[in-house]
Design a protein around this ligand. Structure first.
Ligand code: NDP
Length: 283
Protein backbone atom coordinates (compact mmCIF):
# COMPACT_ATOMS: atom_id res chain seq x y z
CA UNK A 1 0.00 0.00 0.00
CA UNK A 2 1.51 3.31 -1.09
CA UNK A 3 2.16 6.22 1.22
CA UNK A 4 -0.16 9.05 0.18
CA UNK A 5 1.50 12.47 0.03
CA UNK A 6 -0.22 15.20 2.02
CA UNK A 7 0.51 18.11 -0.30
CA UNK A 8 -1.34 20.63 1.85
CA UNK A 9 0.67 19.78 4.95
CA UNK A 10 3.94 19.81 3.03
CA UNK A 11 3.09 23.17 1.46
CA UNK A 12 2.26 24.56 4.90
CA UNK A 13 5.67 23.42 6.19
CA UNK A 14 7.38 25.18 3.29
CA UNK A 15 5.26 28.29 3.77
CA UNK A 16 6.26 28.37 7.44
CA UNK A 17 9.93 28.28 6.37
CA UNK A 18 9.34 31.12 3.91
CA UNK A 19 7.38 33.11 6.51
CA UNK A 20 10.28 32.82 8.93
CA UNK A 21 12.74 34.05 6.30
CA UNK A 22 10.47 36.99 5.42
CA UNK A 23 10.09 37.97 9.07
CA UNK A 24 13.88 38.29 9.27
CA UNK A 25 14.04 40.70 6.32
CA UNK A 26 14.45 44.35 7.24
CA UNK A 27 13.82 45.65 3.72
CA UNK A 28 10.06 45.20 3.51
CA UNK A 29 8.18 42.26 2.02
CA UNK A 30 8.47 40.77 -1.47
CA UNK A 31 5.60 41.80 -3.73
CA UNK A 32 3.99 39.61 -6.39
CA UNK A 33 1.96 41.09 -9.24
CA UNK A 34 -0.58 38.68 -10.74
CA UNK A 35 -1.99 39.61 -14.12
CA UNK A 36 -5.22 38.10 -15.35
CA UNK A 37 -6.78 38.63 -18.77
CA UNK A 38 -10.44 37.87 -19.42
CA UNK A 39 -12.87 35.93 -17.29
CA UNK A 40 -11.67 32.33 -17.28
CA UNK A 41 -13.24 31.00 -14.04
CA UNK A 42 -10.28 28.67 -13.36
CA UNK A 43 -7.81 31.56 -13.66
CA UNK A 44 -9.85 33.61 -11.23
CA UNK A 45 -9.66 30.82 -8.63
CA UNK A 46 -5.94 30.18 -9.23
CA UNK A 47 -5.05 33.86 -8.82
CA UNK A 48 -7.23 34.15 -5.72
CA UNK A 49 -5.52 31.11 -4.16
CA UNK A 50 -2.07 32.43 -5.00
CA UNK A 51 -2.85 35.84 -3.46
CA UNK A 52 -4.30 34.19 -0.34
CA UNK A 53 -1.13 32.12 0.01
CA UNK A 54 0.94 35.32 -0.32
CA UNK A 55 -1.05 37.06 2.40
CA UNK A 56 -0.79 34.01 4.66
CA UNK A 57 2.98 33.85 4.23
CA UNK A 58 3.82 37.55 4.62
CA UNK A 59 4.22 38.49 0.97
CA UNK A 60 2.42 41.45 -0.61
CA UNK A 61 0.46 40.93 -3.78
CA UNK A 62 -1.43 43.01 -6.29
CA UNK A 63 -3.72 41.92 -9.09
CA UNK A 64 -4.17 43.49 -12.47
CA UNK A 65 -7.25 42.45 -14.39
CA UNK A 66 -7.50 43.19 -18.10
CA UNK A 67 -10.68 42.67 -20.09
CA UNK A 68 -11.00 39.68 -22.45
CA UNK A 69 -10.78 41.95 -25.50
CA UNK A 70 -7.43 43.46 -24.48
CA UNK A 71 -4.79 43.30 -27.18
CA UNK A 72 -1.37 41.70 -26.83
CA UNK A 73 0.11 45.19 -27.04
CA UNK A 74 -1.97 46.40 -24.10
CA UNK A 75 -0.88 43.42 -22.01
CA UNK A 76 2.77 43.92 -22.97
CA UNK A 77 2.53 47.59 -21.92
CA UNK A 78 1.21 46.57 -18.50
CA UNK A 79 3.97 43.98 -18.13
CA UNK A 80 6.54 46.65 -19.00
CA UNK A 81 5.06 48.98 -16.38
CA UNK A 82 5.44 46.21 -13.78
CA UNK A 83 8.98 45.50 -15.02
CA UNK A 84 9.87 49.13 -14.32
CA UNK A 85 8.19 49.27 -10.91
CA UNK A 86 10.82 48.71 -8.20
CA UNK A 87 8.09 47.86 -5.68
CA UNK A 88 7.13 44.75 -7.71
CA UNK A 89 9.54 41.83 -7.38
CA UNK A 90 7.66 39.00 -9.09
CA UNK A 91 5.31 39.03 -12.08
CA UNK A 92 3.03 36.21 -13.15
CA UNK A 93 0.63 36.28 -16.04
CA UNK A 94 -2.02 33.65 -15.41
CA UNK A 95 -2.56 31.17 -18.25
CA UNK A 96 -4.54 30.46 -20.38
CA UNK A 97 -4.58 33.74 -22.29
CA UNK A 98 -7.16 34.67 -24.94
CA UNK A 99 -6.31 33.18 -28.37
CA UNK A 100 -5.28 36.57 -29.74
CA UNK A 101 -2.37 36.83 -27.26
CA UNK A 102 0.83 34.79 -27.55
CA UNK A 103 1.86 33.31 -24.19
CA UNK A 104 5.42 33.01 -25.53
CA UNK A 105 5.57 36.74 -26.35
CA UNK A 106 4.30 37.58 -22.88
CA UNK A 107 6.76 35.23 -21.13
CA UNK A 108 9.62 36.81 -23.07
CA UNK A 109 8.48 40.33 -22.10
CA UNK A 110 8.75 39.77 -18.34
CA UNK A 111 12.12 40.76 -16.90
CA UNK A 112 13.96 37.45 -16.26
CA UNK A 113 14.69 38.45 -12.65
CA UNK A 114 10.95 39.03 -12.03
CA UNK A 115 9.80 35.93 -13.95
CA UNK A 116 8.57 33.88 -10.98
CA UNK A 117 6.91 31.28 -13.25
CA UNK A 118 10.33 30.56 -14.78
CA UNK A 119 9.07 30.70 -18.36
CA UNK A 120 11.33 33.41 -19.85
CA UNK A 121 13.71 31.91 -22.45
CA UNK A 122 16.69 33.17 -20.42
CA UNK A 123 15.53 31.29 -17.33
CA UNK A 124 14.72 28.20 -19.43
CA UNK A 125 18.24 28.39 -20.92
CA UNK A 126 19.80 28.68 -17.48
CA UNK A 127 17.85 25.63 -16.36
CA UNK A 128 19.22 23.74 -19.37
CA UNK A 129 22.73 24.82 -18.37
CA UNK A 130 22.10 23.99 -14.69
CA UNK A 131 22.77 27.60 -13.70
CA UNK A 132 20.93 29.31 -10.83
CA UNK A 133 17.76 31.06 -12.05
CA UNK A 134 14.03 31.17 -11.45
CA UNK A 135 12.73 27.72 -12.45
CA UNK A 136 9.07 26.73 -13.12
CA UNK A 137 7.06 26.15 -9.95
CA UNK A 138 5.35 22.79 -10.60
CA UNK A 139 8.61 20.99 -11.49
CA UNK A 140 10.24 22.47 -8.36
CA UNK A 141 7.25 21.23 -6.35
CA UNK A 142 7.65 17.69 -7.75
CA UNK A 143 11.30 17.58 -6.65
CA UNK A 144 10.39 18.99 -3.25
CA UNK A 145 7.88 16.15 -2.73
CA UNK A 146 10.47 13.52 -3.65
CA UNK A 147 13.13 15.09 -1.41
CA UNK A 148 10.85 15.56 1.58
CA UNK A 149 9.85 11.88 1.38
CA UNK A 150 13.41 10.65 1.21
CA UNK A 151 13.12 9.32 -2.36
CA UNK A 152 16.56 8.82 -3.83
CA UNK A 153 16.85 10.66 -7.13
CA UNK A 154 20.48 9.99 -7.98
CA UNK A 155 20.68 6.92 -10.21
CA UNK A 156 16.90 6.41 -10.16
CA UNK A 157 15.19 5.46 -13.40
CA UNK A 158 12.71 8.28 -13.92
CA UNK A 159 9.97 8.46 -16.49
CA UNK A 160 8.31 11.80 -17.23
CA UNK A 161 5.04 11.69 -19.18
CA UNK A 162 4.46 14.94 -21.07
CA UNK A 163 6.97 17.34 -22.67
CA UNK A 164 5.43 20.79 -22.09
CA UNK A 165 7.61 23.84 -21.43
CA UNK A 166 5.90 24.37 -18.09
CA UNK A 167 6.06 20.86 -16.59
CA UNK A 168 7.47 17.94 -18.61
CA UNK A 169 10.71 19.39 -20.01
CA UNK A 170 11.76 21.34 -16.90
CA UNK A 171 11.01 18.49 -14.49
CA UNK A 172 13.04 16.14 -16.73
CA UNK A 173 15.97 18.59 -16.58
CA UNK A 174 15.74 19.02 -12.81
CA UNK A 175 15.80 15.21 -12.39
CA UNK A 176 18.71 14.94 -14.82
CA UNK A 177 20.70 17.57 -12.91
CA UNK A 178 20.14 15.47 -9.80
CA UNK A 179 21.66 12.50 -11.65
CA UNK A 180 18.51 10.52 -12.36
CA UNK A 181 18.35 8.49 -15.58
CA UNK A 182 15.49 10.23 -17.33
CA UNK A 183 13.14 9.11 -20.10
CA UNK A 184 10.85 11.84 -21.44
CA UNK A 185 7.66 10.45 -23.01
CA UNK A 186 4.93 12.06 -25.10
CA UNK A 187 2.02 11.23 -27.37
CA UNK A 188 4.25 9.44 -29.93
CA UNK A 189 6.03 7.23 -27.39
CA UNK A 190 5.62 3.55 -28.26
CA UNK A 191 4.40 1.09 -25.62
CA UNK A 192 4.12 3.58 -22.78
CA UNK A 193 3.18 0.93 -20.18
CA UNK A 194 6.46 -0.92 -20.83
CA UNK A 195 8.46 2.31 -20.43
CA UNK A 196 6.65 3.27 -17.23
CA UNK A 197 7.19 -0.23 -15.80
CA UNK A 198 10.96 0.48 -15.73
CA UNK A 199 10.58 3.57 -13.57
CA UNK A 200 11.51 4.07 -9.92
CA UNK A 201 10.06 7.59 -10.25
CA UNK A 202 7.06 8.44 -12.47
CA UNK A 203 5.99 12.02 -13.14
CA UNK A 204 2.66 12.13 -14.99
CA UNK A 205 1.84 15.46 -16.69
CA UNK A 206 -0.30 14.66 -19.72
CA UNK A 207 -3.77 15.97 -18.92
CA UNK A 208 -5.50 12.60 -19.60
CA UNK A 209 -7.75 11.44 -16.76
CA UNK A 210 -6.53 8.23 -15.03
CA UNK A 211 -4.39 7.25 -18.00
CA UNK A 212 -1.59 5.61 -16.01
CA UNK A 213 -2.88 2.28 -14.70
CA UNK A 214 -1.74 0.56 -11.52
CA UNK A 215 -0.36 -2.41 -13.46
CA UNK A 216 1.89 -0.07 -15.48
CA UNK A 217 3.87 0.66 -12.32
CA UNK A 218 6.96 -0.99 -10.95
CA UNK A 219 6.19 -2.14 -7.40
CA UNK A 220 7.12 0.57 -4.86
CA UNK A 221 7.62 3.28 -7.50
CA UNK A 222 7.25 6.92 -6.42
CA UNK A 223 4.40 8.37 -8.47
CA UNK A 224 3.89 12.11 -8.79
CA UNK A 225 0.58 12.92 -10.48
CA UNK A 226 0.62 16.46 -11.87
CA UNK A 227 -2.54 16.11 -13.94
CA UNK A 228 -5.67 18.08 -13.14
CA UNK A 229 -8.70 16.83 -15.08
CA UNK A 230 -12.36 17.47 -14.48
CA UNK A 231 -14.50 14.34 -14.86
CA UNK A 232 -18.22 14.49 -14.00
CA UNK A 233 -17.59 17.60 -11.92
CA UNK A 234 -14.81 15.92 -9.95
CA UNK A 235 -11.06 16.56 -10.15
CA UNK A 236 -8.92 13.55 -11.05
CA UNK A 237 -5.28 13.14 -11.97
CA UNK A 238 -3.48 11.43 -14.85
CA UNK A 239 -2.97 8.33 -12.71
CA UNK A 240 -5.61 5.80 -11.68
CA UNK A 241 -5.29 6.55 -7.97
CA UNK A 242 -6.80 3.32 -6.60
CA UNK A 243 -4.66 1.16 -8.86
CA UNK A 244 -1.52 3.10 -7.98
CA UNK A 245 -2.31 2.98 -4.28
CA UNK A 246 -2.14 -0.81 -4.32
CA UNK A 247 1.16 -0.97 -6.21
CA UNK A 248 3.28 2.17 -5.74
CA UNK A 249 5.48 3.12 -2.79
CA UNK A 250 4.44 6.77 -2.85
CA UNK A 251 1.55 8.50 -4.62
CA UNK A 252 0.31 12.09 -4.76
CA UNK A 253 -3.48 12.53 -4.68
CA UNK A 254 -5.46 14.92 -6.91
CA UNK A 255 -6.47 17.33 -5.53
CA UNK A 256 -4.21 17.93 -2.53
CA UNK A 257 -0.93 16.65 -3.97
CA UNK A 258 1.20 18.68 -6.37
CA UNK A 259 -1.14 21.71 -6.55
CA UNK A 260 -0.36 23.18 -3.11
CA UNK A 261 3.37 22.66 -3.73
CA UNK A 262 3.15 24.64 -6.98
CA UNK A 263 1.85 27.62 -5.02
CA UNK A 264 4.48 27.20 -2.28
CA UNK A 265 7.20 27.24 -4.95
CA UNK A 266 5.72 30.41 -6.44
CA UNK A 267 6.11 32.07 -3.04
CA UNK A 268 9.67 30.79 -2.75
CA UNK A 269 10.49 32.06 -6.24
CA UNK A 270 9.06 35.48 -5.33
CA UNK A 271 11.28 35.61 -2.24
CA UNK A 272 14.25 34.52 -4.37
CA UNK A 273 13.45 37.25 -6.93
CA UNK A 274 13.25 39.84 -4.14
CA UNK A 275 16.60 38.78 -2.71
CA UNK A 276 18.25 38.87 -6.14
CA UNK A 277 16.84 42.32 -6.93
CA UNK A 278 17.91 43.74 -3.59
CA UNK A 279 21.29 41.99 -3.83
CA UNK A 280 20.62 40.20 -0.58
CA UNK A 281 22.09 36.91 -1.86
CA UNK A 282 20.87 33.47 -0.83
CA UNK A 283 18.00 31.69 -2.53
P1 NDP B 1 0.19 20.11 -22.13
O1 NDP B 1 -1.15 19.86 -22.71
O2 NDP B 1 0.96 21.32 -22.50
O3 NDP B 1 1.13 18.85 -22.47
C1 NDP B 1 0.66 17.55 -22.38
C2 NDP B 1 1.77 16.60 -22.76
O4 NDP B 1 1.26 15.26 -22.61
C3 NDP B 1 2.26 16.74 -24.18
O5 NDP B 1 3.66 16.67 -24.22
C4 NDP B 1 1.63 15.54 -24.89
O6 NDP B 1 2.42 14.99 -25.90
C5 NDP B 1 1.54 14.54 -23.76
N1 NDP B 1 0.48 13.56 -24.02
C6 NDP B 1 -0.81 13.80 -24.33
N2 NDP B 1 -1.48 12.66 -24.49
C7 NDP B 1 -0.59 11.66 -24.29
C8 NDP B 1 -0.68 10.26 -24.32
N3 NDP B 1 -1.82 9.62 -24.62
N4 NDP B 1 0.43 9.55 -24.05
C9 NDP B 1 1.59 10.16 -23.75
N5 NDP B 1 1.75 11.51 -23.69
C10 NDP B 1 0.66 12.25 -23.96
O7 NDP B 1 0.00 19.98 -20.58
P2 NDP B 1 0.74 20.65 -19.30
O8 NDP B 1 2.12 20.11 -19.18
O9 NDP B 1 0.52 22.09 -19.28
O10 NDP B 1 -0.17 20.01 -18.14
C11 NDP B 1 -0.29 18.62 -17.96
C12 NDP B 1 -1.32 18.37 -16.89
O11 NDP B 1 -0.84 18.90 -15.66
C13 NDP B 1 -2.68 19.03 -17.12
O12 NDP B 1 -3.67 18.18 -16.60
C14 NDP B 1 -2.61 20.30 -16.30
O13 NDP B 1 -3.86 20.74 -15.88
C15 NDP B 1 -1.78 19.83 -15.13
N6 NDP B 1 -1.03 20.89 -14.45
C16 NDP B 1 -1.06 20.88 -13.09
C17 NDP B 1 -0.35 21.80 -12.35
C18 NDP B 1 -0.37 21.72 -10.88
O14 NDP B 1 0.01 22.65 -10.20
N7 NDP B 1 -0.79 20.59 -10.28
C19 NDP B 1 0.42 22.86 -13.01
C20 NDP B 1 0.48 22.73 -14.45
C21 NDP B 1 -0.25 21.77 -15.13
P3 NDP B 1 2.78 15.80 -27.29
O15 NDP B 1 3.83 16.79 -26.89
O16 NDP B 1 3.29 14.72 -28.16
O17 NDP B 1 1.50 16.41 -27.74
Amino acid sequence: MAQVVDGKKLAEEIRAEIRERIEKLDRGAPRLAAVRVGDDPGSKIYVRNKRRACADTGLDSIELHLSADSSEQELLEQVERLNQDPAVHGILVQLPLPDSISAAHVAAAILPEKDVDGLHPQNAGKLLAAQPALYPCTPLGCLEILDRHGIQIEGARSVVLGRSEIVGKPVALLLLHRHATVTLCHSRTRDLPAVVREADIVIAAVGRPRMVQGDWLKPDAAVIDVGINRVDGKLVGDVDFEGALARAGLITPVPGGVGPLTIAMLLRNTLQAFQTQLHLGGA
